[in-house]
Write a protein that binds this ligand. Structure first.
Ligand code: RP5
Length: 177
């Protein structure tokens, strides 16, 4: 389910989400969807929401400050350009925050990457790669964090990794479809 800009309530895709997948704009969804796809594959409950550091700063503070008490264990935050969302969320919660730089039109996401990665010492954001790979790995890393306390998710991560390895070994010819 794509995120909504309009509701003031968290748009939970699951009743007890453990990962919050937030993004600065609806326009980030085609990239951030890949974090959600990975969470779904690994059976991790999540919610999605548009939260903008610049357009909805009060919502950002409310979301970040209430995240832990609502049961979230990790926040995945994607943004592009002047990508202040992950860092500002991290400043308002002790939960781990994983930042996904979304590719921007003007600077191809280098601006997003540097905005997210260059945090001052003392407020941590785990920065992933630009774009789809970063969103996919943010979903995977969020699941691995949840897996520290959930044997079912740990088994799903291990199965995913084993299947991925086997898929490469089963297809050694780079010319085959
Ligand atoms: C950022 O500005 C968003 O994360 C998005 O990547 C970028 C552009 O947003 P739109 O103008 O497309 O809404 O805050």
């Amino acid at each position: 389910m794509p995120p909504s800009n309009e509701s003031s309530q968290p748009s939970s895709d699951h009743p007890s989400p453990r990962v919050g997948v937030i993004m600065g704009s609806k326009s980030d969804w085609p990239v951030m969807e890949h974090a959600v796809l990975m969470l779904e594959r690994l059976g991790v409950e999540y919610e999605t929401r548009v939260v903008s550091a610049h357009r909805t700063p009060d919502l950002l503070f409310d979301y970040a400050r209430s995240a832990a008490e609502r049961g979230l264990q990790v926040i995945v935050a994607g943004a592009g350009g002047a990508a202040h969302l992950p860092g500002m969320v991290a400043s308002q919660t002790a939960l781990p925050v994983l930042g996904v730089p979304v590719e921007s039109k003007a600077l191809k996401g280098l601006d997003s990457l540097l905005s997210i990665a260059q945090m001052p010492g003392g407020v941590a954001v785990g920065t992933l790669a630009i774009g789809k790979a970063g969103a996919t790995n943010a979903g995977l890393l969020a699941a691995q964090i949840v897996a520290l306390q959930d044997a079912g998710v740990r088994a799903a991560v291990e199965t995913f990794r084993a299947e991925q390895t086997q898929s490469v070994l089963d297809n050694p010819d780079p010319r085959s479809a």
